[in-house]
Design a protein around this ligand. Structure first.
Ligand SMILES: C[S@@+](CC[C@H](N)C(=O)[O-])C[C@H]1O[C@@H](n2cnc3c(N)ncnc32)[C@H](O)[C@@H]1O
Length: 322
């Protein structure tokens, strides 16, 4: 694990991100010593036992598929499936590893298909994904030619899942760090900052937007994906308790309200490029995530409402310039 971080420090040492080294090593040392999830030792054991393979079959361009089925013996394939299942639930994907299809709860590839046509070419860019989950989109960003891809997410299970994929595709330019957005200094160095599915989990959404802006170089691009509701510039839903059974949902603005928030923190050229109701095919229980999913979060008699009576999940993609 130390080598993951050392590799990252060496990667950024000669880039416009080098000033991150003033704070990052202390934060990651703290994570290692004090802040790891209680199950981390079991997840680390999984990582250590993953069958080692060599493959030249790496496709991160139109899906995330690494390795061919015939490159693993039947025994190793069973071992791989068994170990991957010890990292359940797998929520964000799908991934294909040596013929094992990790059919995740979310079709994160569908989100990427909604985002990609509307953003600046990632070729050669330095990219940050805040709240990147298991890192599915990090691989797709690299597949679009990004030169350096960094994800941050405070979930240690997501880090273990990411490192599993990285074990099979040890790309030195794709990294996930176990950090929350509040731990980032003002880096002002990324060409593109993504944050997808995070805003509504933040208690102070306008501060959050300012934190996103502080990571971008002048003229860099923000790609923000979040839950929205229909309404005018003053419409914002603050659930009284849960939203779609989630306890940590705070603010769901209309597109016009969020556009105003983005303007207020200084973003320019703000565009809503996509709006889409989440379908029961995009988020569902699978063999790899066996507990409740979207169909259990909606009113069974009226799928346009959540179980609490709020509008069902509607998601929008915003693109803006710093
Ligand atoms: C709904 S998921 C979205 C994952 C991914 N970006 C996607 O669009 O599929 C929200 C993510 O935000 C992460 N998260 C929660 N608190 C965070 C924080 N303080 N800073 C950054 N990410 C956070 C969660 O761990 C989770 O992976």
């Amino acid at each position: 694990m130390q080598e993951w971080f050392n590799d990252f420090y060496a990667t950024i040492a000669k880039t416009s991100l080098s000033h991150w080294l003033n704070t990052l090593p202390n934060q990651l040392d703290y994570w290692k010593k004090e802040a790891q999830h209680g199950e981390w030792p079991q997840w680390e054991k999984v990582l250590k036992n993953l069958p080692v393979t060599k493959t030249r079959h790496i496709n991160v361009t139109n899906r995330v598929e690494i390795g061919l089925i015939e490159e693993l013996s039947e025994g190793h394939q069973k071992q791989l499936t068994h170990l991957l299942k010890r990292l359940m639930p797998w929520r964000k994907g799908p991934f294909y590893l040596h013929g094992v299809h990790i059919d995740t709860e979310w079709r994160s590839d569908w989100k990427w298909d909604r985002v990609l046509p509307h953003i600046s070419d990632l070729n050669g860019r330095q990219v940050l994904d805040i709240g990147c989950g298991s890192g599915y989109h990090l691989w797709r960003m690299r597949g679009e030619g990004a030169q350096l891809v960094v994800g941050i997410d405070p979930s240690d299970l997501f880090l273990a899942q990411f490192q599993t994929i990285k074990h099979y595709n040890p790309d030195p330019n794709v990294h996930l760090l176990p950090l929350g957005v509040e731990q980032l200094p003002e880096l002002k160095a990324f060409d593109t900052v993504f944050s997808m599915g995070v805003l509504y989990h933040r208690r102070s959404p306008i501060d959050f937007l300012a934190q996103l802006k502080a990571q971008l170089r002048k003229g860099g691009e923000l790609v923000l994906e979040t839950l929205v509701i229909e309404g005018d510039v003053n419409t914002v839903l603050v659930p009284t308790d849960r939203y779609a059974k989630m306890r940590n949902v705070w603010f769901i603005p209309s597109c016009d309200a969020l556009t105003l928030w983005l303007e207020r923190v200084g973003f320019k050229n703000i565009r809503v490029v996509n709006k889409d109701v989440t379908s029961l095919d995009e988020q569902r229980s699978t063999e790899w995530m066996q507990t409740e999913s979207l169909k259990d979060f909606l009113d069974p008699n009226d799928l346009s409402k959540t179980i609490e009576g709020y509008p069902a999940p509607l998601r929008a993609v915003f693109v803006a310039d710093a």
